[in-house]
Design a binder for this molecule. Structure first.
Ligand code: FUC
Length: 777
């Protein structure tokens, strides 16, 4: 292992100077991002501390730092509203109009910092910005190689007409939205040399040597349904945070942020092999174009995988969970309200959390679910009461945005006509309890999986007992009441919708597979806790009586209970719809496996072949994970080639129509995932799928290199997490594992698997074991 570490250090050392490449884990550009909506989306660079985030453009004479707070939403319990931009810092610098030399802007994933360097008339200018989790502020610092070079103005603007004001060299904006949410932001300008004064809503500075801007912002959102999610006015908290940060000073803030960031980020290293010096030398936008054309840039692939970890750290820490755009949004009317979509998107955001060794970042998702369950229960009760009050009547349905037919509302009454217990989800949701669009009834069980997985990876028994298990139990109760028995004795979820595809009907495969997973997870949870033996048996029996996956006439895995006949492209090999939700059992579920259920795995493969390799960003990421579970590394890698490419490039190459929303996905120059438009789930899904290609632990054993593509013959990873409480480092050469170290966090037994070779682990919690080459072959 030491040799491997030395290798890494060597690689970093080689990367210094002109040849700095992806091993340094940085995105680099030689021009600013245009300050336009497209420039924001595709070229500006994100920083964040899990609650506060900002986008930086790297413009010289007029820079904008656009900022967000993840809790700033319009809407309320009844209306969806949308996730909102907060405000902007506008920095105007005199004498910066000339064309610069030696321009480079960078986002360094580690230590989590935006940096900018340029030269004007022989003066070297440097900027850096970061978001501190501990201090809860965003910091932007500007320095120069000569004194007195900074003269200009700073303005704070608010996107919701907040009251502007200020004191000394501090500006503030205090506001209230129509939904009652209160906001406050403050920025303080610290200057070295020169002078600074306030002029109305603007700060004017002259001949300063260096500037430090410290920004604090917040809202009154509180994760508490009993208070309608509206808490204390944020101004006192925001100004206390700013006072404290200013008192600490730049150097201390920076050191603290860096240490905190590294403590999470450094847990995992991913080396997929070396790229050529030519590729390393390219800025990221040009590098992405080169990759789109010919691939062959494992360091860019590793950078992209690590970027998913960076983005999760920046958008999911201590507050609401990452939304459709993480927490970065510059629009009052963002696509899909930048909301919490329940039928793939928020789940995909959280796929990497456990295997990529960021388990604590899953907690905002858990907290979100727990705080909203009371309202989601109400939604089920209200729907059931409507049915009771309108016997025999059908509630008006909803026509999906991409369909012409109205789809019906399901019922929430049990066989005896009583309301079912528990909660359920529609497809869209906001953080105040409002939901919209069609019901996604098994969304509750999919959310429950995330609680079970957190327990399975971390071994946190208290979490399992107090949080995961009660939630699993309630969702099981909902489904025990709602499942319908067919004449053949099989159980089906009534009136479900295979996400955004086909009609609303009984027993859609997506629902059936999620429910198998739910009951299986609940049984495991009860077993781990040693509780509820009779209930456990009932859950197991229910799981075994669910209508299961079936193979159709052309060898496909059926998406619906019965094969469709004459319903257009549905259920034909011509169907290339982006959702392939009926393969849930393959990933993230485990009902279908190449080893245990080879016929079903073959059918899943047939379905995937037909659906094709295109997709929206998230669809391609999911397909990557499917192929990884099918142990086809080259095919998974082919999906990565499409995903990590200029949006639509793969579709164009395959001659598919340019306007079809289902296949225009890709990656923008700032490495944000393109649905299109920007949607962050594909970033998180791709990180997860890369890990699934290298290691899997869903099927009992911890399997190394289950789907290694020929593009990555050599490589190494450090710090990946496996279910059962293990952490692994391993390296490979010529496609074969050469070194493995397993650390048991709370795990004991278990097996390591490499192909058909299995090695018993026999570890005690806290122990680690390094396997020699001999043991591995
Ligand atoms: C689901 C998907 C769309 C999009 C939206 C946010 O509705 O079908 O492709 O990702 O979520």
């Amino acid at each position: 292992m030491r040799a491997w570490l030395a290798g890494l250090l060597l690689a970093c050392a080689c990367g210094a100077g002109a040849d700095v490449g992806a091993r340094e884990l940085a995105l680099r550009y030689r021009q600013p991002a245009p300050d336009t909506p497209a420039g924001w989306e595709r070229e500006a660079l994100p920083i964040g501390n899990g609650r506060l985030g900002a986008m930086l453009f790297g413009n010289l004479a007029r820079e904008r730092l656009q900022f967000n707070d993840i809790t700033l939403w319009t809407g309320d319990r009844r209306t969806m509203g949308a996730y909102q931009p907060f405000g902007d810092l506008h920095l105007e610098l005199h004498g910066h109009e000339a064309a610069p030399g030696a321009y480079e802007r960078r986002l360094r994933l580690n230590p989590g910092r935006f940096e900018l360097d340029y030269e004007i008339a022989g003066v070297r200018f440097h900027r850096e910005a970061f978001a501190s989790h501990q201090a809860q502020v965003i910091v932007l610092r500007l320095t120069a190689s000569q004194p007195g070079r900074y003269s200009g103005r700073l303005r704070l603007s608010d996107r919701h007409q907040a009251q502007l004001g200020g004191q000394g060299t501090r500006l503030q904006a205090v506001g209230r939205l129509a939904n009652g949410l209160q906001t406050a932001s403050q920025v303080q300008l610290l200057h070295e040399g020169g002078s600074a004064r306030r002029d109305g809503d603007t700060l004017v500075f002259e001949a300063c040597d260096a500037l430090t801007l410290v920004l604090a912002a917040g809202t009154s959102y509180v994760a508490d349904a009993t208070r309608d999610f509206l808490g204390e006015a944020p101004l006192p908290r925001v100004s206390t945070q700013l006072d404290a940060a200013v008192a600490r000073g730049f150097a201390a803030l920076r050191a603290e942020q860096e240490a905190d960031h590294r403590q999470l980020f450094d847990r995992v290293q991913i080396d997929l092999g070396p790229s050529t010096p030519e590729r390393r030398a390219l800025p990221t936008d040009a590098r992405l174009l080169a990759y789109t054309r010919t691939g062959q840039d494992p360091e860019l692939e590793a950078l992209h995988a690590q970027y998913g970890r960076y983005l999760l750290m920046a958008s999911s820490r201590g507050s609401l969970p990452a939304n459709l755009q993480g927490l970065w949004n510059d629009s009052l009317t963002p696509p899909w309200n930048a909301d919490y979509h329940t039928n793939i998107n928020i789940q995909m955001n959280y796929w990497p959390a456990e295997p990529a060794n960021l388990a604590e970042l899953a907690r905002p998702f858990h907290g979100f679910v727990q705080s909203l369950v009371p309202h989601w229960r109400d939604a089920v009760r209200e729907a059931a009461e409507w049915s009771i009050a309108h016997p025999g009547q059908k509630k008006p349905g909803i026509t999906p945005w991409d369909m012409k037919t109205e789809l019906p509302e399901p019922s929430f009454l049990d066989a005896a006509g009583k309301p079912v217990p528990g909660w359920a989800l529609r497809t869209e949701s906001n953080p105040f309890g409002a939901m919209g669009y069609l019901w996604n009834t098994t969304g509750n069980a999919w959310y429950a999986r995330h609680f079970w997985e957190h327990a399975a990876y971390t071994g946190d028994r208290r979490f399992l007992r107090d949080e995961a298990y009660p939630l699993l139990k309630e969702v099981c109760a909902f489904w025990l009441a709602k499942l319908k028995r067919l004449p053949n004795g099989k159980l089906v979820a009534p009136m479900g919708w295979s996400p955004e595809h086909g009609s609303v009907e009984d027993g859609v495969s997506y629902d059936q597979q999620i429910l198998w997973d739910l009951f299986d997870n609940a049984v495991r949870a009860a077993e781990a806790l040693g509780v509820d033996a009779p209930l456990r048996q009932r859950w197991a029996a229910t799981r075994d009586r669910l209508a299961g996956p079936q193979v159709g006439s052309w060898g496909q895995l059926l998406e619906w209970l019965e094969e469709k006949q004459n319903e257009g492209v549905l259920d034909t090999p011509q169907d290339t719809h982006r959702h392939v939700s009926h393969l849930y059992a393959l990933f993230p579920g485990r009902q279908i496996s190449v080893r245990r259920t080879p016929e079903l795995a073959a059918a899943a493969r047939r379905s995937l072949e037909a659906r094709g390799d295109g997709g929206t960003g998230w669809a391609m990421a999911w397909k990557m994970a499917f192929w990884a579970r099918l142990h086809d590394g080259d095919r998974a890698h082919r999906l990565l080639r499409g995903l990590l490419a200029t949006p639509g490039a793969r579709a164009a190459e395959e001659g598919r129509p340019g306007s079809d929303i289902n296949n225009q996905g890709g990656t923008y120059p700032n490495l944000f995932d393109a649905h299109p438009p920007f949607q962050i789930d594909g970033n998180f899904g791709a990180t997860t799928a890369v890990i699934e290609m290298l290691m899997q632990s869903h099927d009992g054993d911890i399997e190394l290199l289950p789907a290694l593509p020929s593009a990555w013959p050599e490589g190494a990873v450090k710090g990946l997490r496996a279910r059962g409480g293990f952490e692994l480092d391993f390296r490979w050469a010529q496609g074969r594992v050469t070194h493995v170290t397993v650390r048991a966090l709370h795990g004991r037994g278990g097996w390591l698997r490499i192909g058909e070779h299995r090695i018993p682990l026999r570890l005690q919690p806290g122990q680690s074991r390094t396997l020699s080459n001999k043991e591995l072959s």
